[in-house]
Design a protein around this ligand. Structure first.
Ligand SMILES: [Cu+2]
Length: 141
């Protein structure tokens, strides 16, 4: 029991530490549009703010609730929406980048459980400066 508490406390401290150390990079308003239960792939939107003096790249993302996560960009070609994979997204120094419908998004692949509105999904974001930021993305209607 004591061991378990210690692990939990350590986990919390690590999280707090990661977030405070990541002070220059903040991630806000992470959300996932609710999709039909049969959908295996979902999008995730969020905004990333980089208050440091150097550009930083979002290089990858992961979640225990999905097999993998890709970084995608959407664009309209001949009136049709297409998307393609990006290797990374650059957030310039002292600026922010918004992942939103019709633009950049995280593509959550191979869903492992049923998601419904109100659920909070843990996603970790890996940046080029070795920072890892944990976010809870809310599933919304
Ligand atoms: Cu996509």
């Amino acid at each position: 029991m004591k061991y378990f508490t210690r692990i939990t406390l350590f986990g919390l401290m690590t999280l707090v530490f990661a977030q405070s150390r990541a002070g220059d990079i903040t991630v806000q308003d992470a959300w996932i549009p609710e999709a039909p239960p049969t959908a295996k792939v979902l999008a995730c939107y969020l905004s990333i703010d980089n208050q440091s003096d150097a550009a930083v790249m979002l290089e990858s993302a992961a979640s225990g609730d999905f097999g993998s996560i890709e970084i995608h960009a959407s664009e309209i070609h001949d009136g049709m929406m297409h998307m393609h994979k990006e290797h990374h997204l650059t957030i310039d120094a002292r600026s922010s980048l918004k992942l939103q419908q019709g633009g950049y998004h995280l593509m959550l692949m191979n869903k492992k459980k049923t998601l419904s509105a109100g659920d909070l999904i843990d996603i970790e974001l890996h940046f080029s400066n070795d920072e890892v930021i944990h976010v809870k993305a809310e599933v919304r209607k």
